[in-house]
Design a protein around this ligand. Structure first.
Ligand SMILES: *[C@@H]1O[C@H](CO)[C@@H](O)[C@H](O)[C@H]1NC(C)=O
Ligand SMILES: *[C@@H]1O[C@H](CO)[C@@H](O)[C@H](O)[C@H]1NC(C)=O
Ligand SMILES: *[C@@H]1O[C@H](CO)[C@@H](O)[C@H](O)[C@H]1NC(C)=O
Ligand SMILES: *[C@@H]1O[C@H](CO)[C@@H](O)[C@H](O)[C@H]1NC(C)=O
Ligand SMILES: *[C@@H]1O[C@H](CO)[C@@H](O)[C@H](O)[C@H]1NC(C)=O
Ligand SMILES: *[C@@H]1O[C@H](CO)[C@@H](O)[C@H](O)[C@H]1NC(C)=O
Ligand SMILES: *[C@@H]1O[C@H](CO)[C@@H](O)[C@H](O)[C@H]1NC(C)=O
Length: 508
């Protein structure tokens, strides 16, 4: 404890004049005073007791700076809300103090003689800009350093960082440091990625160049091991990734040749639909797997191609029994394509023409909500188009959401609105754009006009009703209307819809 108490004792002795210690102006006034005459004697006395104090190695001519450092220490200790600055100055806490933080950082003499009692430094959320304040690293004894939520740039002073041998907490997140040079440095390995979020320093950041280098290194590593382990099979797989077992094919890039082969050269026979944004083909991969391939032709910018890659990387990671599985993609100058597993027999729209029983319709809506919950948890930025034409059905009547897309923001409310429409369509078996002049709005208005009270008028008349299914349908209309009622100000959340619909399923 000796070093902890010595400096503040000296301080309180020196600075018995009472000044508001949190006001920088009083601090500046004090700094302009010369040290009291007996200050050198106090310093040498302290150093006799504890030679490890930082100022003990300094030149005698630096006595003014040592004095000034004790003045700053006293103010900073109080400003940091330490419990007792006479005895201990354990933390420098300047979180969210954008006005005074730069001032304290500017006192080089303070950091040079950083009190040994300081164990934690928090400079986060201060809009600090410019290079990393490397003076701080002279407090080599610290255990904790938080410098997150600033605008620092440039490179980190690596050699001096590694002097912080007792550092166990570090946060450099949310800064603009230049590309990572910390990978592979043992010192930084003790911290996980949450110490470097959006700092510019780590993979997963927005710094593209770094990611490319890592990706290339990774790719070389993977290629070398694949080729050396499986020998000539490795070569076959590199040339024909569609022959790989499916678990290895997860984020597969397809070549144009593979796409042509699986669709008979994009033949008319395999063309499913030609739309504004491109064409959709069905095809069969070498292993026999049926796929659907969404093709977009024409040149696009390098920027857009990069965005396309990013999006596909997300899409291939999505895994849910009620989402169509994206197997991979192809990204070439003249053509982009997304390859999906084609596991369905028809769309919900087509299926409804046969007026399926209510129980099955309810099961389909439950599957869709489960996929929505999954996406909301895993990727809130994925939006989807829930029109009955775009939700497919497997042989076992499991729904599969076919069209989804990575968007810039959380899309929960749009998704919920579309789900409401989807439910109403399941109940009424009416295509909004065919049956109503005002399309979706027409359908919603028509149902709400009859509910509650006359819901029998809107329920698909070809469905057989029992008292249970009738109750279930009424609750479903209720949910559908709540999801589409934009005037209410807020829509129900996906998890709320999920639990309500589950109750409906178990209603007897
Ligand atoms: C300072 O510390 C005291 C006691 O630990 C606490 O009640 C108070 O909220 C703190 N003030 C600030 C600004 O952190
Ligand atoms: C700190 O020391 C000064 C002078 O020695 C004394 O007046 C003051 O009461 C002490 N404060 C605490 C909290 O002990
Ligand atoms: C950052 O500081 C601002 C005020 O400067 C404050 O409103 C905000 O809540 C702080 N954020 C955090 C995460 O501390
Ligand atoms: C780290 O802690 C140990 C044990 O408390 C101490 O001896 C050592 O001086 C500390 N390292 C630094 C750089 O202060
Ligand atoms: C690192 O520390 C050494 C000695 O402590 C100092 O001379 C040098 O200027 C420091 N470098 C940086 C980048 O702060
Ligand atoms: C990262 O480390 C911090 C402590 O420094 C811990 O709270 C957090 O849970 C860790 N996060 C992960 C993803 O391991
Ligand atoms: C670092 O700060 C950011 C922003 O406040 C936070 O999200 C992150 O969890 C922090 N990391 C650690 C290791 O505490």
């Amino acid at each position: 404890m000796a070093p902890t108490s010595l400096i503040p004792l000296a301080l309180s002795f020196l600075l018995s004049v009472s000044i508001n210690p949190t006001l920088p102006s009083s601090l500046i006034n004090e700094l302009n005073q010369p040290p009291p005459p007996d200050f050198p004697a106090i310093v040498s006395n302290n150093c006799l007791k504890d030679p490890s104090l930082r100022y003990c190695n300094s030149a005698a001519t630096d006595i003014t700076n040592i004095y000034k450092s004790t003045v700053v220490a006293r103010h900073l200790c109080t400003a940091s809300n330490n419990s007792d600055c006479n005895l201990s100055f354990a933390k420098i806490d300047l979180r969210s103090r954008p006005k005074v933080s730069p001032l304290y950082l500017s006192f080089a003499f303070f950091w040079k003689y950083c009190p040994l009692s300081v164990l934690s430094i928090d400079l986060s959320n201060n809009s600090l800009d410019g290079p990393f304040p490397s003076d701080v690293l002279q407090c080599t004894q610290i255990h904790s350093l938080d410098i997150s939520l600033n605008k620092l740039d440039g490179t980190l002073p690596l050699e001096n960082f590694t002097l912080l041998s007792n550092l166990s907490f570090l946060n450099l997140s949310y800064n603009h440091f230049s590309e990572g040079n910390i990978e592979g440095i043992a010192f930084f390995e003790r911290f996980n990625s949450s110490s470097f979020l959006h700092s510019g320093l780590f993979p997963g950041d927005h710094h593209y160049g770094f990611r490319v280098t890592t990706a290339i290194l990774l790719l070389i590593g993977v290629l070398v091991s694949v080729v050396s382990v499986v020998g000539c099979f490795g070569w076959v797989f590199v040339r024909r990734p569609d022959l790989l077992p499916s678990f290895l094919r997860r984020s597969q890039k397809f070549t144009l040749a593979m796409l042509k082969k699986s669709t008979d050269g994009f033949s008319e026979d395999n063309l499913v639909r030609r739309g504004e944004r491109g064409e959709i083909y069905k095809g069969r991969l070498r292993g026999g797997l049926e796929v659907e391939i969404k093709v977009q032709r024409g040149r696009i910018s390098v920027e857009s191609r990069r965005a396309f890659d990013e999006e596909c990387r997300v899409l291939v990671q999505l895994r849910h029994k009620n989402l169509v599985k994206v197997l991979g993609w192809c990204n070439q100058r003249e053509l982009r394509a997304v390859v999906m597993e084609r596991m369905w027999v028809c769309s919900v729209e087509g299926w409804l023409l046969g007026s399926p029983p209510w129980k099955q319709r309810l099961k389909v809506s439950m599957g869709v909500v489960e996929a929505m919950c999954y996406l909301q948890e895993q990727r809130p930025s994925v939006g989807y188009d829930l029109r009955t034409r775009n939700v497919m059905l497997t042989e076992d009547n499991e729904p599969l959401i076919l069209k989804f897309k990575v968007l810039d923001q959380n899309t929960e409310s749009t998704n919920i609105y579309k789900f409401g429409l989807f439910l109403l369509e399941l109940v009424t078996n009416k295509r909004p754009h065919e049956a109503f002049e005002r399309g979706e709005m027409g359908l919603i208005d028509w149902v709400s006009m009859h509910y509650p009270g006359h819901e029998k008028k809107v329920i698909d008349e070809k469905m057989k009703l029992t008292s249970t299914t009738y109750k279930q349908i009424k609750h479903t209309i209720d949910i559908g209307l709540a999801c589409t009622d934009l005037s209410a100000g807020h829509l129900p959340t996906i998890s709320h819809i999920y639990s309500t619909l589950r109750k409906v399923v178990h209603l007897l």
